[in-house]
Design a protein around this ligand. Sequence first.
Ligand SMILES: [Zn+2]
Length: 160
Amino acid sequence: MAKKIRIPETDEGTVLYHIDPIIMKWHYEIDYLHSYAQDSPFFAGLSKGKLLGSACTRCKTRFATPRSHCMECGAKTEWMELPLEGKVHTFTTCYFGGEAFLKETPFTLILVEFRGVDTLFLSRLAGAASEEVRIGMPVQAQFLRNSKFKATDVYFVPKG
Ligand SMILES: [Zn+2]
């Protein structure tokens, strides 16, 4: 007869949602390889203090965001440099946010209009209290010194 051997156990329990079949809480966390694929030049541009949009090669519609094909006519686009100055098209102040931004609330999001560009760019406005923000207010892009290759590498400030 085998000798009874006990391995160490913990006092932790299991969160059970259902018994048949068993459905339980199971913590899951991974590092994964994320690709920006065809949008990579946009994020590389942020690290160099540049904003890249896309321009249709056929109908010449100009987009303030990465876009491989034109949403007006379907033709391919090519990269173009956006101006670093624009104006506030609209804005909202967020008093609640996703987990990544919660500790930064309240913050103001703006949609930026650029001269000669047909769509808007979503970004954060810094350096202005929410009651100071106005539609049409001139703003200027600034970039994090240490790029994280994320859309939050760029933010706007009131043009001084
Ligand atoms: Zn087009």
